[in-house]
Design a protein around this ligand. Structure first.
Ligand code: SF4
Length: 328
């Protein structure tokens, strides 16, 4: 019988629980630097039974649409500050991954380049920028990197059949649409010890994408909501289709697969991990509402997270709960 709080292997890492805290936005910075509030937040997460922490988004490019709400890999204090962040989680035996991605592609003096307009020079520049960023993350002592290729991030467009209409080596079949990312993974694997997690959308061809990512070096996957709501229709058994897709992938690859959200009570999660091939579940908003709720579960509480999923923290792009703030 599996349990949320099993100590378990996650490829090369040992986790204290099956819960992954996934990050989204973080705007509580001071002049672009991590504030004491952020360090405290990570300390509280790490001390309260989370298995793995994935940071909020670290933006690859300046002037990205969301750069005000994300960390920047190009901040001069990046290594110093993120090294301290990694030390905080490691002191509590919790591994930490850096979520790295971008929305707007600003390369070679150009702004907001569409995936179909990328030149070979642009592709090499993106790959080089990504690999340099991964080396910084490795130097800061992180255990892994999460390649943001789901949701609406740029890489999700690159691999999407409808968005990518290229006719060269980086467009066409699924392998070619993934090729830029597979080449990045190879170099990161060859030059760092980072665990590579890929966060991908539950799209029509996600099973093929998952198998290719595994074959070319990804160490784990996180399956997340695609931008189109069509994948969230309910089936006849009234189960969320994301669970089914993630279950199918987890049963088809030999690397850990994380369910990207959708559950916030202990009994449902324990039921899921005992009735499907899914062994890891990520959460974001419940941790925003209360970073210590896992300790309550560990101590026997079965109370569902009190987060109202109002999404204010998402729309306002902070890691703080606006409901709690209004009530105080
Ligand atoms: S702002 Fe809303 S969604 Fe975010 S943590 Fe608070 S209750 Fe949950």
């Amino acid at each position: 019988m599996k349990d949320i709080f099993d100590e378990c292997r996650f490829r090369d890492l040992t986790l204290k629980s099956r819960i992954v805290r996934t990050g989204l936005w973080e705007s509580q910075k001071e002049m672009g630097n991590l504030s004491p509030e952020i360090f405290l937040r990570y300390e509280r997460l790490a001390k309260n039974h989370v298995g793995l922490i994935v940071t909020e988004l670290i933006s690859l490019y300046a002037h990205d649409r969301f750069s005000d709400y994300s960390h920047s890999i190009n901040n001069p204090k990046f290594i110093k500050e993120f090294k301290y962040l990694a030390e905080i989680t490691h002191e509590n035996d919790v591994p930490i991954f850096a979520q790295l991605g971008f929305v707007n592609c600003n390369v070679n003096g150009k702004q907001n380049v569409d995936v179909n307009d990328l030149t070979l020079e642009d592709i090499r520049q993106i790959q080089s920028d990504y690999i340099v960023a991964a080396k910084k993350i490795s130097f800061a002592g992180f255990d892994g990197i999460q390649i943001a290729m789901g949701n609406n991030y740029y890489f999700s467009k690159l691999i999407d059949l409808k968005e990518n209409r290229r006719h060269d080596d980086y467009g066409g079949n699924t392998f070619k649409r993934l090729k830029m990312i597979l080449e990045i993974i190879k170099v990161i694997k060859d030059t760092t010890d980072l665990h590579i997690n890929c966060r991908v959308n539950a799209s029509d061809d996600v099973l093929e994408i998952a198998k290719l990512l595994e074959k070319y070096g990804a160490d784990s996957l996180q399956i997340t909501k695609p931008s189109s709501p069509q994948y969230f229709r309910k089936d006849s058994k009234d189960k969320n289709i994301l669970f089914e897709i993630t279950d199918e992938i987890a049963g088809s690859v030999n690397i850990p697969v994380i369910l990207g959200g959708g559950l916030s009570d202990i009994n449902s999660i324990n039921d899921l991990i005992n009735s499907t091939a899914i062994e890891f579940v990520s959460m974001q908003r419940p941790f925003v509402f209360n970073p210590t709720f896992l300790s309550e579960w560990k101590n026997g509480s079965e109370v569902e997270s009190l987060c109202r999923t109002c999404n204010n923290c998402y729309w306002k792009k902070t890691s703080t709960c606006h409901i709690i703030a209004e009530e105080e």
